[in-house]
Design a protein around this ligand. Structure first.
Ligand SMILES: Cc1cc2nc3c(=O)[nH]c(=O)nc-3n(C[C@H](O)[C@H](O)[C@H](O)COP(=O)(O)OP(=O)(O)OC[C@H]3O[C@@H](n4cnc5c(N)ncnc54)[C@H](O)[C@@H]3O)c2cc1C
Length: 585
């Protein structure tokens, strides 16, 4: 079946929905998602969305931009960061007007709390002043993403956006620099549908499922990255994967940084507040890359707490907080600790370990969501990306907490606006040759497969290898081993077996396609990581422990070579006014 729309948006998380809201009534807009829109991962976001509103203490977009650049370890593009931080207060008020129920101060203003790496100078007349945490994150208890997603969904329904839920997109229709739509499997019937469109936006989220311990939803399999990559389009900075410090031990389920924002403290096996050693000024509110490394260092040096299975954790201590604060401001995450670990956070420490959380890299775009065709800055006609699957790049080598939800609403909107402008003059392009063939072929091959390998085994081995060798601390030897392991698993994937041969809701086939996407994304991530011979942000290379601005202050651009191998090229970082300096907190 073929559908025709002016614009097709793939992904119904915050980025996709914010873009959809922006498309004017005169243009037809479809949003495709492989799960119900309200099950997109944005709904799991907890702690907040930041903007220098200054509702509780003085704050400015300029200070926010400074923090974001420094947090990115000077890999973020400063023009894009300034756009985001300057637009943030407007974007929050706009969400409020759309109906988002924020938590409030006693005066009725939008409440704000501190988050890692967000600071203000103690003396604002001194550029070298010491910086202390600032209350910049707007929130709705610890359900910020949930209420944001619902608000945007309601606005899409009001604007009569066409939703195609449980449609699994498997092909980007692209030829000679022009994008003409997507192909998708209707999960309910198993039929392949073609969506022919003037413009396509990918808002497909991240790839956390490459790692064994992750905070990401099961749908986070990097599909958008790899569909673009397979068409010869570049992926930027894929080596940078953020590990969030506080995942529930062994499960990876997230305990928001808001817990530390409200006063929670990390403690090692001897009860020491160890972050005082690593970040003397901001302590537990240091950026995530630093806190995750500190936790792992404590564990490696024998100050972790050994669990029943021999693995280690540290404790997130909330016991000194008023139980009223815990219940009012952190109801979800304390509920998770009770439900999943049987721990009572008001009276005992919560066992935590770092968890794979956020992909800083992705489909490179300009500041209006237009996907780049190469590192020269030329764009793909009709193809856009926003949200976690895009790389603008505002997060560089390490994202600050609450800057992702902000990225969704700022660049989702800008992408939606750019698409609306484009549609005013765009004709429906010729459909790419062989649209849907790849999908039909893949599905029939998978259904016919009767090999000796199981998807679940390959996935587990992939996740273990990436966790071990392309995790928080990395070495040349480990990363080379991971590249080899992924190659081995890709070979073994050719010999898998699929038990379900049916048409309807064939999750066996879908999981195999997702695994194939995970393997290909992991190949890019591990290869780019092995290539970067320095330490920057989330990429902590033990053989090259220092940041090397002379040789490596540049973005990685990875494309698929004719032989199927990952080709690596670079793009300069845009610097406006923030010169690189040592990152101390
Ligand atoms: C537990 C958790 C807590 C977080 N808390 C915060 C926070 O407090 N503040 C903050 O700023 N950030 C937070 N983040 C990060 C932030 O939530 C995410 O980066 C952001 O929500 C991603 O939004 P998105 O719109 O890009 O994609 P998502 O919300 O991940 O949505 C992706 C969409 O793409 C669709 N899709 C994917 N592949 C396909 C395909 N092949 N076919 C069809 N559809 C497809 C999915 O169905 C889904 O609709 C958190 C993340 C996690 C995991």
């Amino acid at each position: 079946m073929t559908h025709t729309f002016d614009v097709v948006i793939v992904g119904a998380g915050g980025a996709g929905l914010r873009a959809a809201v922006e498309i004017p009534a005169g243009f037809s807009c479809a949003v495709l998602t492989k799960v119900h829109p309200l099950r997109s991962h944005t709904g799991a976001a907890q702690g907040g969305v930041c903007a220098a509103l200054g509702n509780l203490e003085e704050d400015t977009p300029e200070w926010h931009a400074f923090d974001t650049v420094k947090g990115s370890d000077y890999l973020g593009d400063q023009d894009a960061i300034e756009v985001m931080c300057n637009d943030a207060p407007r974007a929050i008020i706009e969400l409020e007007h759309m109906g988002m129920p924020f938590s409030r101060t006693h005066e009725g203003k939008i409440a704000q709390r501190p988050f890692g790496g967000h600071t203000r100078p103690v003396d604002k007349t001194d550029p070298n002043s010491k910086r202390i945490p600032v209350k910049r994150a707007c929130y709705s208890a610890d359900r910020t993403g949930h209420v944001m997603l619902h608000t945007l969904y309601e606005n899409c329904i009001k604007n009569r956006v066409n939703f195609f839920s449980e449609f699994f997109v498997t092909e980007l229709l692209y030829e000679d620099g022009v994008c003409s739509g997507v192909a998708a499997i209707d999960i309910l019937s198993g039929e392949v549908h073609i969506f022919h469109a003037k413009a396509v936006m990918f808002a497909t989220g991240g790839d956390g499922r490459i790692w064994r311990i992750t905070s990401n939803a099961h749908v986070g399999t990097g599909d958008g990255f790899i569909l673009a990559y397979h068409k010869g389009l570049p992926l930027e900075d894929m080596e940078f994967m953020q590990f969030h410090p506080t995942g529930l031990w062994r499960l990876g389920i997230l305990v928001s940084e808001a817990a530390r924002g409200e006063g929670g403290i990390l403690r090692n096996s001897v009860g020491e507040r160890f972050m005082e050693k690593y970040a003397p000024t901001v302590k537990d509110l240091a950026p995530r890359d630093m806190v995750s490394r500190a936790m792992l260092t404590e564990m490696r040096e024998g100050r972790g707490i050994k669990g029943s299975d021999g693995t280690s954790y540290v404790l997130l201590d909330l016991t000194h907080l008023d139980p009223k604060i815990i219940n009012e401001k952190l109801p979800e995450i304390t509920g998770f600790a009770r439900t999943y670990l049987g721990v009572e956070p008001t009276t005992e420490g919560v066992p935590v370990q770092p968890t794979a959380h956020y992909a800083m890299g992705g489909v490179p775009t300009d500041i209006d969501g237009r996907a780049l065709r190469s590192n020269k800055g030329d764009i793909v006609r009709g193809f856009y990306a926003a949200g976690e699957c895009a790389c603008v790049s505002v997060h560089g080598a390490n994202r600050l907490g609450t800057n992702s939800l902000l990225d969704l609403i700022v660049f989702g909107r800008r992408g939606g606006k750019a698409i609306s402008e484009f549609l005013k003059h765009a004709e429906l392009p010729k459909l790419a040759n062989g649209a849907g063939e790849f999908t039909r072929d893949t599905v029939s091959k998978l259904k016919a497969s009767r090999g000796n390998q199981k998807c679940a085994t390959i996935r587990t081995e992939l996740q273990d290898s990436m966790m071990e060798d392309v995790g928080i601390f990395r070495t040349d030897k480990g990363m080379a081993a991971a590249v080899a392991k992924v190659a081995e698993l890709k070979e073994r994937f050719k010999d898998i077996t699929i038990d379900d041969k049916g048409e309807k809701f064939n999750t066996d086939v879908l999981e195999a396609i997702e695994l194939s996407n995970l393997l290909d994304t992991a190949e890019v991530v591990a290869t780019c990581a092995l290539n970067r011979k320095e330490s920057r942000g989330a990429h902590a290379h033990e053989d090259y422990p220092d940041r090397d601005d002379a040789n490596w202050m540049k973005h990685t651009f990875a494309t698929k070579g004719d032989d199927g191998k990952v080709l690596i090229d670079y793009k300069d970082v845009t610097v406006t006014k923030y010169q690189p300096m040592k990152r101390v907190y």
